[in-house]
Design a protein around this ligand. Structure first.
Ligand SMILES: *Cc1c(COP(=O)(O)O)cnc(C)c1O
Ligand code: SF4
Length: 345
C-alpha cells in the first residue's frame, strides 16, 4: 500500500498560471501555413492545396489550440477547421458573401437588430482564430467600424427602444476587447433601465483559455444584469485540461454557461462525436444550446452536410442522449423572426 502515501506524480497546480498570458498568445499566433505543417509533422502533399494565407481571411491559429491537433494526421478535426485551402475561392450555387442578409438589419454601425427583445453588438471585428466555415468572413466590418468610440451610438439606440431586454456581445470575438474596455461597456449597459440580460458569444475560452482572467471574472459577474456566456466548441478534442479547468471556473460563478456548435462535414458529422461533445461539456458545467446548420457562405462549401444526412444524424443524437444534453438543431434564415428549428419529421 506504499503507493497510497506517495505524492501524486503530477503536481496539482492549475496549469493556466504556468502558461503565457492571453495577450502574449495573441502576439504569437500561427499565421504561416508552412510553420503549421512543420509543427504538425505534415507535408504539403498530404493536404488539399493551400490557399493564399495573406488574403482577407488569412490563416490564424492560437498555439494552445494548435497543441490539441493530432500530429501527422491530415484529417484531424481541429486542423480541418482552420486550414485555408485554395478551393475556398471557388463559387458554389447557393453560397454567397452575406447569406443572412445581416447587412440590412443594421440600425447603427455595429448593431444588428433582427429579433424581438435582443440586439447583437459587434464589439470588435477581431478573432483569435480564423474558422474557415465562419459566416461573418465577408462581413464589411470596416463600414461597421466597431471601435469603442462607436459603442455610444449603439448604447443610445438601446436606450431609445424599451422593448430591448438583452444585449448580445458578438464579433468577431467580443472577448478580444480588453477587460478595461469591456468593464466600461458593461458599466454603461447597467444604466439602461429596461435591459435585463447580458449575453456574450465567444470562442476565446476554448481557443485561448487564459483569456478568462480574474479581472474578466470580475466584470462578467459583478453587476445587476443576468449574464449568459455562449461558448463555441465543435469537437470534444478542443477540450483539453486547461479548457476544462477554465470552464469549471466559469461554471462556478453566477453565469449561465451554454455552448453552440456548427455541424461540419469532416469535423463533427457523426453521432459519437456530437454525443461525446455534449457529455464532455456537461462535465465542465456547460449545457448545449444550438447545433447550427452551416450558413452557406462563400468559402465554406467543403463543410456542407446534406439535409438528409443531418436530419438522420440529429435523430440518432436524440436517441443517444438525455434531452437536456441535446442541442436545438437550427438554421438561420435571412427574414425569419428567430433561428429556424430544423424539423425531423
Ligand atoms: C442568433 C442571433 C441572435 C440570438 O438569437 P437567440 O435565438 O436568442 O440565440 C440575435 N441576433 C442576431 C442578429 C442573431 O443572429
Ligand atoms: S467569429 Fe467565431 S466562428 Fe467566426 S472566425 Fe471568429 S471565432 Fe471563428
Amino acid at each position: 500500500m506504499d503507493d497510497m502515501t506517495k505524492p501524486p506524480m503530477i503536481p496539482r497546480t492549475d496549469p493556466i498560471w504556468q502558461s503565457k498570458s492571453w495577450q502574449q498568445e495573441l502576439a504569437d499566433l500561427i499565421r504561416d501555413p508552412q510553420e503549421l505543417l512543420q509543427l504538425l509533422g505534415l507535408e504539403a502533399h498530404q493536404l488539399p492545396e493551400l490557399g493564399n494565407a495573406k488574403g482577407v481571411f488569412p490563416l490564424k491559429v492560437p498555439r494552445p489550440y494548435a497543441a490539441r491537433i493530432n500530429r501527422a494526421d491530415p484529417t484531424d478535426p481541429l486542423l480541418a477547421q482552420i486550414l485555408c485551402t485554395a478551393a475556398e475561392n471557388d463559387c458554389h450555387p447557393g453560397f454567397s458573401d452575406d447569406p443572412l442578409a445581416e447587412q440590412s438589419a443594421n440600425p447603427v454601425p455595429g448593431l444588428i437588430h433582427k429579433y424581438r427583445g435582443r440586439v447583437l453588438l459587434i464589439v470588435t471585428s477581431n478573432c483569435a482564430i480564423h474558422c474557415r466555415y465562419c459566416f461573418r468572413r465577408h462581413f464589411p466590418y470596416r463600414q461597421n467600424n466597431p471601435r469603442f468610440s462607436h459603442w455610444q451610438k449603439a448604447i443610445d439606440y438601446i436606450h431609445s427602444d424599451n422593448t430591448i431586454e438583452e444585449i448580445i456581445l458578438s464579433g468577431g470575438d467580443p472577448m478580444m476587447a480588453s477587460d478595461r474596455q469591456l468593464e466600461k461597456l458593461v458599466a454603461k449597459l447597467v444604466l439602461i433601465p429596461h435591459l435585463k440580460r447580458l449575453r456574450i458569444h465567444t470562442r476565446l475560452p476554448v481557443v485561448i483559455p487564459q483569456r478568462i482572467t480574474q479581472q474578466c471574472l470580475n466584470w462578467l459577474t459583478d453587476h445587476r444584469l443576468q449574464t449568459i456566456m455562449v461558448i463555441h466548441c465543435n469537437h470534444p478534442q478542443e477540450i483539453d485540461q486547461s479548457v476544462h479547468c477554465m470552464l469549471n471556473k466559469l461554471a462556478q460563478t453566477n453565469l449561465t454557461l451554454l455552448n453552440q456548435t456548427v455541424l461540419l462535414k469532416g469535423v463533427n458529422n457523426n453521432v459519437h462525436t456530437l454525443a461525446a461533445l455534449s457529455e464532455d461539456l456537461f462535465q465542465c458545467g456547460v449545457l448545449p444550446y444550438y447545433l447550427h446548420q452551416l450558413d452557406p457562405v462563400n468559402g465554406a462549401a467543403r463543410f456542407h452536410v446534406p439535409n438528409t444526412e443531418s436530419i438522420a444524424l440529429y435523430q440518432d443524437l436524440l436517441a443517444a442522449l438525455p434531452g437536456y444534453l441535446v442541442p436545438r438543431f437550427v438554421k438561420e434564415e435571412a427574414s425569419a423572426t428567430s433561428k429556424t428549428p430544423i424539423s425531423i419529421m
